[in-house]
Design a protein. Structure first.
Length: 717
């Protein structure tokens, strides 16, 4: 397959989306600015992001999840996206985002099918993204692995070609811990390959595990026999479980067989990847898999134990929905989260696998749920997609939030990571139409759920030192995978990154990121304020001022809930931001209570803010003048009387030019001596010249005509 000649740099101009919900900011690929919810500038700039959408080229579809990586090892994340191919001759599209900006020179178009984004690897001294692609050569399908640099160059020296079609779910991981990733991939006719970084089959591989059958399920990697070496596990669609050492030998006692049920002529089978996890946290792994007839089968991955079980789910499970295992209640025991067409089932193990809850409020649920704490309460939520929404479910099965209506896709799954590199995680979802939905969580962290299955080995995310950071996060942050507290500042690496917004490789446990005179740990643990925003409630008082000087809440702009902001109350000695009773007081005796003084922008300690001789309260309630402008002689209704004259002398309405609605303005009535408050009293008006003519002229004309007719009767001409 020729490489460099097969791709073209695209110059794409992508239009802004219109007609979407007003709760979203919609950007084209070229956007750079964010919109502030509260445009108040305080000690350190802080942007309160809002939910938004990025629109990709609409002539393509996007039915593969993005891949998240740190391509250039700068601690900032990139997002790689691939499009579907319309047909065997049409091109595919590859996009690379740094944060939310499209990298210069991207997207690129390639004339082959891009099947998977696998990760990154240094090739020819350059950091490159590794893809699995496919093309046809002499009517035979060729599967290849290629490398593309950040500049969009396909590296000629790196290409691995395999004959045949391979199922989705390639493992790209350093299984043998030699510092370079290998590939594990399954061909759909029953062969499994383990290939080194040069494309060579590792000794004793590949393995044929199934003959004359179509394979559906991807492999899994885990150390299931606790020998400190990873094993390659594969389950077939008919319930055979294989486990190989990296040297290609089967583990003792394998393959195992699941207790498959048969109903008449129908034999149960599988279309989804199994889960490999340690249900009891006892060092023994179990495999669990859901079936097309609506059962979850389980088997202990220790042939000596020889234990298996079957749990009815009552719902068929096909490839559209993939189960995962995660600890949801911090008891160090994983729960099984199984999505199905109409919802989610949660199963927990206590000697038996029991259904804890069933939420059936979904419509066409699809993909794999993401598991992440997105509301800063240290308890993870389940984020799952259906045809209409991204739904947020708590660990008891209660729906907490619906993030967006109109998601619509075929297979993609939500991801949770810091897409804009602001140390706050976002829920990110790419639908098949090429709309990237970004939901702000305002919770701190880096990348708690960056792949469809949670980890690159298709198992429960790995946290070797149990410090709250996944191993792949530690690689990005340059922290120790075998130490809970890399910098030795008594705060675990996970808490520094995901809770306190500190640097896990620098002793900064007393750090004050936002320079508001409160330490990050104090802000999070005690005050619940944002350690990256010096004014968490956007009231123009820093969090430190509120806590240390005024004893107000940094989370509320009105601590005592008296309708006066803290910032307004601390400005005046007569007001107390912790005493709601002062809202109804009138310290300056100007007939305007204190909370109304803030509403009208007047000084609660000065009875005449604008120094025009009128009390602020009288201006507001009596004269309808502006208490902040010297306007005692103003005539705002334009009737010839000042507002003060109307209120104090004539008792007319200073906002209505004709108080009695008799057709004469108040000023005219006063000038002519009528009563401007009595509609039956109107001014006396002198007859005008025009009026006189209207009366006299017709009379004179009538007289002349009468005289003429009289002469005609007498014969006078």
């Amino acid at each position: 397959m020729k490489k460099k000649s097969n791709f073209l740099i695209l110059g794409l101009s992508i239009a802004l989306i219109i007609g979407l919900s007003s709760s979203f900011t919609v950007h084209s690929l070229e956007f750079t600015n964010k919109t502030l919810k509260y445009p108040i500038k305080v000690v350190v700039d802080y942007t309160e992001d809002i939910d938004r959408i990025i629109k990709l080229p609409t002539e393509y579809t996007y039915n593969n999840n993005p891949l998240i990586l740190d391509l250039n090892d700068d601690g900032k994340l990139e997002t790689v996206i691939i499009s579907d191919r319309i047909n065997e001759t049409a091109p595919s599209l590859i996009l690379l985002f740094s944060g939310e900006e499209l990298v210069e020179g991207w997207p690129i178009q390639v004339n082959f099918t891009v099947e998977e984004i696998l990760g990154k690897r240094k090739v020819e001294g350059k950091e490159a993204i590794i893809f699995r692609v496919a093309d046809y050569n002499l009517e035979k399908r060729i599967t290849s692995f290629i490398a593309i640099t950040e500049e969009g160059e396909i590296i000629d020296s790196f290409q691995i070609d395999l004959l045949g079609s391979f199922i989705h779910g390639t493992i790209f991981y350093d299984l043998n811990e030699n510092g370079i990733e290998e590939f594990v991939v399954v061909r759909n006719d029953g062969w499994i390959y383990y290939i080194d970084y040069d494309g060579n089959n590792i000794s004793a591989w590949p393995k044929q595990f199934q003959i004359n059958a179509t394979v559906f399920l991807p492999p899994i990697v885990e150390d299931i026999n606790n020998d400190s070496f990873l094993d390659i596990i594969l389950c077939t669609e008919i319930g055979k479980v294989y486990a190989w050492n990296l040297n290609g030998t089967l583990l003792s006692g394998y393959p195992l067989t699941l207790p498959i049920k048969t109903y008449g002529n129908i034999t149960d089978n599988f279309r989804v990847m199994p889960i490999v996890t340690d249900l009891e946290n006892d060092g023994t792994y179990e495999l669990l898999i859901s079936s097309t007839l609506g059962f979850m089968y389980g088997i202990v991955l220790n042939p000596v134990v020889n234990e298996s079980w079957t749990v009815p789910l009552d719902y068929s499970i096909w490839k559209e929905t993939q189960a995962i295992a995660m600890d949801l209640n911090n008891d160090n025991l994983p729960a099984i989260i199984q999505p199905f067409y109409k919802g989610i089932i949660l199963l927990e193990y206590d000697g038996e696998l029991n259904k804890t809850f069933r939420n059936a409020g979904f419509f066409r649920c699809h993909g794999t749920p993401a598991i992440a704490d997105i509301d800063n309460d240290n308890v993870p939520e389940i984020i799952a997609a259906d045809y209409n929404y991204l739904r947020v479910i708590d660990s008891s099965g209660v729906e907490k939030e619906r993030l967006w209506k109109g998601i619509v896709t075929d297979s993609n799954s939500p991801l949770v990571y810091d897409i804009d590199n602001d140390k706050e995680i976002e829920v990110v979802y790419l639908n098949s139409r090429g709309e990237i939905y970004i939901f702000e969580t305002n919770d701190y962290g880096l990348m708690p759920w960056t792949s469809q299955y949670g980890s690159s080995t298709h198992t429960t995310n790995r946290d070797y030192d149990n410090d709250g950071l996944w191993d792949y996060e530690e690689k990005i942050l340059k922290t120790r995978e075998d130490q809970i507290d890399t910098d030795g500042d008594t705060v675990s690496d996970g808490l520094e990154v995901n809770q306190y917004a500190l640097n896990p490789v620098s002793k900064d446990s007393n750090g004050d990121t936002d320079l508001d005179l409160l330490e990050n740990i104090e802000e999070v643990d005690i005050h619940r304020s944002n350690p990256m925003n010096p004014d968490s409630d956007f009231d123009s008082l820093t969090d430190g001022e509120e806590v240390l000087i005024y004893f107000t809440s940094p989370l509320s702009d009105d601590t005592d809930n008296d309708k006066m902001t803290d910032a307004f109350e601390v400005t005046y000695d007569s007001l107390d931001p912790n005493n709601a009773a002062d809202a109804l007081g009138d310290a300056d005796d100007d007939n305007l209570i204190n909370k109304d003084e803030q509403s009208y922008g007047t000084n609660p300690e000065d009875p005449d803010t604008d120094k025009d001789g009128l009390l602020d309260g009288d201006e507001v309630h009596r004269y309808i003048t502006n208490p902040r402008i010297s306007d005692k002689d103003a005539d705002y209704d334009g009737d010839g009387l000042t507002n003060v004259e109307e209120a104090d002398i004539y008792r007319t309405d200073p906002s209505q030019p004709d108080s009695d609605f008799d057709g004469f303005e108040d000023g005219v009535e006063i000038d002519k001596g009528s009563d401007p408050l009595d509609p039956n009293s109107i001014p006396t008006i002198k007859t005008s010249f025009l009026m006189n003519n209207l009366i006299i002229v017709p009379v004179l004309i009538g007289i002349r005509k009468w005289k003429k007719r009289k002469k005609e009767r007498k014969g006078v001409k």
